[in-house]
Ligand binder design. Structure first.
Ligand SMILES: [Zn+2]
Length: 323
């Protein structure tokens, strides 16, 4: 999303560092003057959100409808990106359909949790027919390898040895299934922000999954080695929230099937069926939930008209990991 890989830096002491992005080009002014910038710090402790939750806006479950499509992987210098060339489906936010365009990684994470940076953050970038952007972010700590990165792992190193021409074409990955990116929870934080690289365009709908997943050190290192020198750390510092509301969507567990996998404060009692993919309520599956139990910034009920109230069953499959 950056115009030129080396026209900005992440090193705060560099004259092209994050504090100066807004001065580097007129078109990048928003990086300095914007009031809705990303990333931000997400607070989950003490049951108090940094920003007041806006109860007038009711959130609904993230509706994903991905499908596999041809993709290429490229080194943009400041990050590694997997870009879909065919129709890879997308998400629906507030009635607007956003098409999946690409995903890329930041190390360490850009969004922080209670001031803490995690090891890595994945951004799935979507855009609407009106050109609006919606990004779904997943945070990672070190642990088991990440499934999606594992699929492209051997090719990441190849990027290192490609010349500029080859790199512009990228490496053909064949069909890539976006469902391979595992969220592991239906809970998420939502706020309005910006691109985290120049030109820092605002109006981006952010969805940060409330579950920390894992990436292996080896995978993380491969990403850092592949980007251009100086971009091993490619995370923008957190920005002022400035009175924005940050909401936490948490599905209401009306039906047992929603909670049996152990999430959302449920004990996982009852079901004889062990379904690893059913960690929809948050606590199940791999990884750990970010939010503390019982801490709700804003509880939202799915819009029954649109969702048919099937949060606990039927449509829940949308969110189920397809592996
Ligand atoms: Zn990003």
């Amino acid at each position: 999303m950056a115009e030129d890989d080396h026209s900005f830096k992440y090193d705060e002491s560099d004259e092209k560092g994050p504090g100066h992005w807004g001065d580097l080009k007129p078109a990048w002014q928003t990086c300095k003057t914007g009031k809705f910038q990303s990333p931000i710090d997400l607070k989950t402790n003490n049951g108090v959100a940094v920003a007041e939750a806006d109860s007038r806006v009711s959130l609904e479950g993230l509706k994903r409808s991905y499908k596999e499509a041809p993709a290429v992987m490229m080194n943009r210098g400041h990050d590694i990106v997997v870009q879909w060339e065919g129709d890879a489906g997308g998400i629906v936010v507030n009635g607007t359909h956003y098409k999946l365009v690409q995903c890329h990684w930041h190390s360490p994470s850009e969004h922080t949790i209670n001031g803490q940076r995690l090891k890595m953050e994945l951004h799935m970038v979507h855009n609407s027919s009106e050109g609006q952007l919606a990004v779904v972010a997943v945070l990672y700590e070190f642990g088991h390898p990440d499934k999606f990165l594992s699929k492209v792992f051997n090719l990441i190193e190849l990027l290192l040895y490609m010349n500029k021409n080859e790199n512009e074409k990228g490496i053909e990955l064949g069909n890539v299934n976006p469902w391979t990116v595992q969220l592991g929870s239906r809970k998420y934080f939502r706020y309005m922000g910006s691109l985290t690289v120049p030109p820092c365009t605002e109006g981006v709908v952010w969805t940060i999954v409330d579950k920390i997943r894992t990436v292996s050190r080896e995978q993380s290192r491969a990403l850092a080695l592949s980007v251009h020198h100086g971009f091993e750390n490619n995370s923008r510092p957190t920005q002022q929230i400035d009175g924005r509301s940050v909401q936490l969507y948490r599905p209401q567990c009306m039906m047992m099937s929603c909670c049996v996998s152990g999430g959302g404060g449920g004990n996982g009692v009852g079901s004889g069926k062990s379904d690893k993919g059913g960690g929809d309520c948050g606590g199940g599956g791999e990884g750990r939930a970010v939010g503390l139990r019982g801490v709700v910034v804003a509880t939202a009920v799915d819009d029954k008209e649109e969702d048919g109230g099937s949060d606990g069953g039927g449509n829940g499959d949308l969110e189920m990991e397809k592996q």
